[in-house]
Design a binder for this molecule. Sequence first.
Ligand SMILES: *Cc1c(COP(=O)(O)O)cnc(C)c1O
Length: 379
Amino acid sequence: MTGFVFNEKPIQIERGEGATLYDDSGTEYLDMGASYACVPLGHGHPAVDEAVRDQLDELTYVQASYPVETRTRLYELLADTAPGDIDYTWLCNSGTEANEAALKFARSATGNSKIVATMQGFHGRTMGALATTWKNKYKKPYEPLIGDVEFVPYDDGEAMEQTVDDETAAVIVEPVQGEGGINPASEAFLQRTREVTEDAGAALIFDEVQTGLGRTGSMWAAEQSGVVPDMITSAKGLGNGLPIGATLCREWIAENYGSHASTFSGGPVISAAAEATVETIRDEGIAAHAADVGGYLTERLEAELGDDVREVRGEGLLIGVEVGRGANRVLRELALNHGVLALPAGRTVVRLLPPLTITEADADAVVDALATAVTEDEG
Ligand SMILES: *Cc1c(COP(=O)(O)O)cnc(C)c1O
């Protein structure tokens, strides 16, 4: 055997266009997972593909210490879209690295070491980010990880207040938990977390690797709570399918970032992809569209599946359907018999996070497929 040990699915994907994927026999699939939110604009988006091709013709790579135009424009675009005075950006290659940087920046900017994270949270799989991830299954084989991490129950403002103190470097939290089962936080929790971190002089990190870029109905989920964190981390959809991560931060963090660096930080080709992605999301009102279609899809799921599932929850086009039993069986049924590709979020939740460009007709197709898959699975 060659290759690595991923559990491969029995479908060979060959081509993609918009929200549709095609396998090697020409069968069509509606891509309701966007391969973990990585293609917010759908597969093969012309603006992104053209920006990448044009940049490849000019320059593939130069070390990060030379400014290149597309990276400079990307910095401006991210500062422009980020809430409040989050004006600085550090670029890397993935979500876990963006969080790794955020944790390092928080330690160097505050001089403290304690990190507070949330139960059921997910922040990545490198040693530092992994230490702030909740699930033991991901951590156990690799311990010891970095120390000085404390977990509080998600959405529990009281517990947050009791745990954050003047030894705290950072609180890291997802505005809506993704891997943990699609759990939206209340505004009150996020606001209280902001207050207690501010009082303690700790950095507040919003991990928006999954929630960012229009997914929840605004460019950043932070906007909906009115909270301006000290850092926002992004990745997944940021290059519409190409690998990039970003740590957006306020000046007091940027000034004290220490000596962190990465060879491929903001390479020209990936910067061009991200610039085109963010610009398209902003200029074409993609977040508002995600709010509309997401609202429509959630309402229809509740109406059609209400009695057969435990709960439908989420924000915008980050939706979890708690099926109350093995989600994987429902997902298999959806893929093989209905041509719909979706994702799990834990054992009992079917996760929908499609390209943000899907139509109401796509949403209808998913509702029909899920309604049948859920009842077939019962029989
Ligand atoms: C996927 C994810 C990560 C990790 O991103 P990678 O690019 O896989 O390293 C971190 N945080 C959240 C919220 C995620 O959804």
